[in-house]
Unconditional design. Structure first.
Length: 268
């Protein structure tokens, strides 16, 4: 979109859930690619020491010279850590296993909860429309940094029996973060992932989520989809791996909802 005019600074969304295997990284990669396809300039910040978002977007380990660890703890400029992915409009700050020691190092830093907040408030990021932070599967200091830096939190919720139980712990953490410094933090929404529409449990979890959380639950649901599972091994978002798959359609729909919720609907 040549007439695209960036906003003054990016909208920062933390993609968080302390449970592992709920689709955080899948959501980060494919939501990022879907927003980019809509002409938004998107930066992914890989804050999970496992580095799956970095690998899933084709950033090989040898090229991860400057990483989120350096941005967080060594005050490296985010611009120096950025890689342009094969997807137009989509960049990533990758990570590696160095980040797994960051939690201990953060403990001795008096600004430990605000380091990512400060790192992402630089003019170099102004051209971006969205920054998506892929959080680790725990409520540790890395996740707290993401919540302190973010304007909102997007929660992928797997359609399984104890899904809502884990959500209450995350909600408490979000409340605490509001109290200790990020008073404007809000819930972007909850997206149901790995939904099997033939399965009564999936339908029950969806109903419970909508009954309990109302409009905070996105209309879009992300189905169980083999293409979504296969795409990362080809280092591609599902939109490029199989553009007509149900997984690709779901993330395009989620991107549309997020743009609409933020007054950025494309109308197309």
């Amino acid at each position: 979109m040549p007439d695209h005019v960036p906003q003054q600074s990016p909208k920062i969304i933390a993609i968080a859930n302390q449970k592992g295997g709920v689709g955080k990284t899948t959501t980060t990669i494919n939501l990022g690619a879907s927003l980019a396809e809509q002409g938004q300039k998107v930066l992914i910040v890989d804050l999970d020491p496992q580095g799956n978002a970095s690998t899933g977007l084709g950033i090989d380990p040898e090229s991860r010279v400057t990483t989120t660890y350096d941005v967080l703890l060594d005050e490296a400029n985010p611009r120096d850590a950025m890689h342009q992915t094969a997807t137009p409009n989509l960049s990533i700050i990758p990570t590696n296993t160095d980040l797994s020691s960051a939690d201990m190092e953060l403990l001795s830093n008096e600004k430990r909860s605000f380091l990512l907040h400060d790192a992402l408030r630089v003019p170099d990021l102004d051209p971006f429309d969205f920054v998506l932070i892929d959080c680790p599967p725990s409520l540790n200091l890395l996740t707290v940094n993401a919540l302190m830096a973010a304007h909102s939190v997007l929660v992928p919720l797997q359609s399984e029996f104890f899904a809502l139980e884990g959500l209450s712990q995350l909600m408490m953490t979000i409340r605490e973060v509001r109290q200790i410094g990020n008073t404007e933090l809000r819930l972007e929404g909850v997206v149901l992932t790995m939904v099997d529409l033939r399965n009564n449990l999936s339908q029950q979890v969806e109903q419970d989520a909508r009954d309990n959380l109302g409009e905070l639950v996105f209309d879009t649901i992300v189905p169980r989809n083999v293409r979504l599972s296969e795409a990362p091994s080809f280092a591609l978002p599902v939109l490029e791996y199989d553009t007509y798959s149900k997984g690709a359609a779901a993330y395009r729909a989620l991107a549309e909802e997020i743009l609409e919720n933020n007054g950025m609907a494309t109308g197309g």
